[in-house]
Design a binder for this molecule. Sequence first.
Ligand code: RAT
Ligand code: ZN
Length: 416
Amino acid sequence: MLIKDRATLVNTINKAIASAKIADMHTHLFSKCFGELFLYGIDELLTYHYLIAETFRYIKMPYEDFWALSKKEQAELVWKTLFVENTPVSEVTRSILTIFKRLGLDVNNKDLNYYRSYFESRDLDEYIDQVFKIVGLDYIVMTNDPFDPKEKKVWDSGYVKDERFKAALRIDVLLNTPEQAFSKLREWGYKVSISESRTLSEETLSEIRRFLGEWADRMEALYCAASLPPDFSMEDGSIRARLVNHCVIPVCREKKLPLGLMIGVRRQVNPGLKLAGDALGRADVKAVEYLCARYPDVKFLVTMLSYENQHELIVETRKFRNLMVFGCWWFVNNPSIIENITRMRMEMLGTSFIPQHSDCRVFEQLISKWEHSKAIIAKVLVEKYSELIDVGYELTEEQVTRDVHNFFGGNFRNFI
Ligand code: RAT
Ligand code: ZN
């Protein structure tokens, strides 16, 4: 069916978004079998690290005193500070209201216990289905770190496969703190060491490949990934670069796994804030170029944290078919920036990119993160399609539906 006017266009885009089967390709959510790692409910929502960072903008309490509070008390303080004493206009505070609204709760009740009693009465299985339905999710991808003792315990015994929660092998510890990783690996029986001259023997490299391959298989990982600092380089002679060249790349190639690179995080610039204490820095996109050019038979999923890196990353994506840019990560996951990045990507990549992932840590965030992103992506689509209609291009509903479905899942599925 031909789309002739703006009202039909808007309607078609909204219908296509509503019928898309979303593949949320990067989250920090866990399936039910991971027990306490499955975070949900109002106290978890309020103690999300993005909100804690904002709370400290207003309160004078020393960091240690805050961390000494119980989770419930922390949530109460965040609630009072950001939702009672101040107006929740920031993106993460607004997100809480979106969640309330979609779950049918009163957004104006100031009594936290009103919300608590709602969340406490949820049946987890039904709740997962309900939220997946509200959002239109097909599946979400977890972030699975074999070096995390709580998580490893579940993989070692008690893991139950749930098709709605797929795995991604996360290797930050190996690439960013190799000494720490090596000592764990030795504990688990892998013969690895770093010599005094900081070289890695053939045996060490082969043992690390064995470790990565075993975990990729065990998790049935969709991809392997790491977050990296702004000074990430493949030409600095570092242990990290050698591990990428000689271990990560060969395993990704052999197992046909894309390598996900999330570049630009400066960890713990303020350790007092714990998980909320990370910042960002502008990175050098040349590391991505090096990898894509040197390993054309390996696929790379890349996102960058600094706003300043977005344009150059798009240019790199135009140069390499094995590169897929994805999402608006963390500090660029804000409406004004998502809009700008999405527009820039469409102008230079057409529809050949993955516009968004959620990065959720708490289950219900799926509702707000996707609702907010959908609205912005829809807005950019209306603008871009309108330009075609204005010159007399015959745009069909089928075309729009195809593009939208690719954006919200198809591009990821095809790429991997
Ligand atoms: O967005 C976040 O919650 C960050 O703390 C990070 O976990 C980041 O998304 C990452 O994957 O490293
Ligand atoms: Zn993340």
